[in-house]
Write a protein that binds this ligand. Sequence first.
Ligand SMILES: CC(C)(COP(=O)(O)OP(=O)(O)OC[C@H]1O[C@@H](n2cnc3c(N)ncnc32)[C@H](O)[C@@H]1OP(=O)(O)O)[C@@H](O)C(=O)NCCC(=O)NCCS
Length: 212
Amino acid sequence: MPLKNREANDAIAYPGSQPVAHLLSIPSRSAIRRAPLDTARTVLVPLELGDGGELWEAVESSRWHLERWLPWVPFNNAPEASVRYAEACVSDWDGGRAVRFAIRDKQSRELLGVVGLDSCVHLHRSCELGYWLKREATGRGLMTEAARACVDFAFARMAVHRIRCAAATDNSASLRVIARLGFRFEGIARQAELVGSRWLDHAIFARLSSDE
Ligand SMILES: CC(C)(COP(=O)(O)OP(=O)(O)OC[C@H]1O[C@@H](n2cnc3c(N)ncnc32)[C@H](O)[C@@H]1OP(=O)(O)O)[C@@H](O)C(=O)NCCC(=O)NCCS
């Protein structure tokens, strides 16, 4: 049975052991399209094939702001690259590998950025939080709002047990978002990412479904 169709509370019972809940449970894109994640000022909707153009415009409008921290930005160098990214988002969601949302302004429905859960590992019920906002949408608390909804979705709807989040040790805006979301510091991964010509040390954080 495909992973995406398994229920999170399916259980494997080994002789002499308690049944163990296993596998993530990822709601379908169409289910979330019908009932998007709702925050005070945004809606989170699955990234779809038709979002390539808006994604490209968002990246183009904020290239200098994004490329300091996100290694893929220089490779996103033509509208086709954003279309391919949107295609990958659809395929990754349907294949149970990643869940990525467009963050849209609640009133205008303009695309403001992306928040998502990457590296979904069904066996360990874990994933990794990632996000970006276009420059003009920053400084208003929108990412904290959207990422909180995404984290709540992961625990409540996907049966995630552990969410990892990493930010460069000098990415203070991202570190403040992570702190506001209640993630716990776990350590430093040295030179974890090459962004442009700069090796970035990563501060690693996580939240567990059992954390207060
Ligand atoms: C990381 C990133 C998403 C953070 O954006 P941000 O605007 O700082 O984060 P938020 O949307 O949560 O906004 C928080 C800020 O808005 C301010 N704010 C203003 N009005 C607010 C409101 N009504 N509610 C909450 N916060 C508000 C807060 O004081 C806070 O500023 P501070 O951190 O200086 O105190 C953004 O800087 C970005 O896209 N960076 C480039 C990509 C990137 O680094 N991605 C992460 C890689 S790990």
